[in-house]
Design a protein around this ligand. Sequence first.
Ligand code: SF4
Ligand code: SF4
Length: 502
Amino acid sequence: MTAGSLVALRDRLDRASPAFFRFRRLGPDRTLVTNLEGRWLVLSDADFEAYVTGAVARSSALYERLSDANFLRASWSEAKARDMIAKRKTFLGYGPNLHVFVVTLRCNETCVYCHASRADMDATHTDMTPEIAEKAVDLAFMSTSPTITLEFQGGEPLVRFDLVKHIIEYAEAKNETAKKTVELTMVSNLSLMDDDKLAYLLDHRVQICTSIDGPKDLHDKQRKLPSYSAYDAATRWIATINEAYAARGLDPTLYHVEALVTVTRAALERPKELVDTYAALGCRAMFLRPIDPFGFAGKTAKLVEYPRADYLRFYAEATDHILELNRGGTQILERYAAILLTKILRGEDPNFLDLRSPAGAGVSMLAYSYDGGVYTCDEGRMLAAQGDDTFRLGDVFTSTYRDLVGHPTVRAMVIASNLDSQPDCVDCTYNPYCGIQTTHNHKTQGSIFGRMRESSVCAVHKGIQDYLFGKLADGDPHVLEAFERWNTIRPREHFLHAPDDG
Ligand code: SF4
Ligand code: SF4
């Protein structure tokens, strides 16, 4: 072969040769390919073979598709890849934006799986002091993030509503000079809500989030109040708060109480009822989160846990039902799907801290426990409540901001949750959209790195992405239209305390 013909051959191969890609069989005659920056295509067997063997004709429609999505060496654009990766990773430019305040461990409810390791109502030693709260707010305001969210949790934060108010007012005063954009959220079972507390929370634009585990009998079986129905208490206030938002002229499609499901074994049998309960309450989103191994759920695992294959069957049935409700005009979405579809269809990252690379623990969130301990994340302080201090970074009195965010544990977690350094994730087709939880790895596998092929979190993430890409490949126009709407980009300006407020 002459030098000239060698150049010609190389040129021909280069034009049609694949650029970097990962692939996964979705089913007969369907292979999903994704590239470095998260563009994707579903190819027939014939197209896939032509692609991997470099035999795609330059004049073909397939060549166009592959080239447009940056899958070919000849037309590979570094700028396209770089811009999309930069867009996906904007969260890397800022310090912690989520700051969780455990104002008390006391709670009046007893939930079978309580991840927070609640304490009895007389355990006043588990209350945060105002001094600790102020120090924690000071640290939160030191974040390099221009936007910070202060989230009140417990236990039940309404048990120490006086302290929640103190934190809000201290933060508002501080922001007169700090000039950040501040969001305030509260996670509550709502049973201790009253009109005065609600008026205060509305006036101070605090977003309210609660839990609904399903139909009344299921919710009340899993979440018990001493003398009345936890479901009635929560749902009564969901309706009242939603009405209050509407009365203030806020768009009900954007402003409503957010509710979270914890999917236990008992819920697995009732996917449609669960969805219908949320729809009847006027909820616009439901987050079908599987049970976690933290807190009391570790002790009650025999009662509440299940194989993840069963969960994925439940997930598909529930989400199919949500799509059917959408078809009939009821607007409700599933949040796991919405987070992933925001990445898959929009190329944006909604910064959900457990589903991104690297994960957000320590770099994008900090958790302040009632005793002043500072943790990488909520799960870190949950483990500490059970005697495992692995994720403790320091305390509000002696640690500087730099000590906390530059802590060796944070550095190790960033490396461990970087999917490009995880043995299985590095080759996984879902790498551009996925994330892992180092605290979960530590708790279930004894190492923050874990082994993804044996991880129940990986099984859930893989199964949900198989479901979503399967639907995208099916191409049902109604589902595609719903998926375009299911994203996490919701401009809710009312809840933003802007730098020039007040
Ligand atoms: S899950 Fe929440 S409401 Fe239930 S017992 Fe625990 S702290 Fe209380
Ligand atoms: S966690 Fe699992 S599904 Fe996600 S990228 Fe890693 S191997 Fe893939």
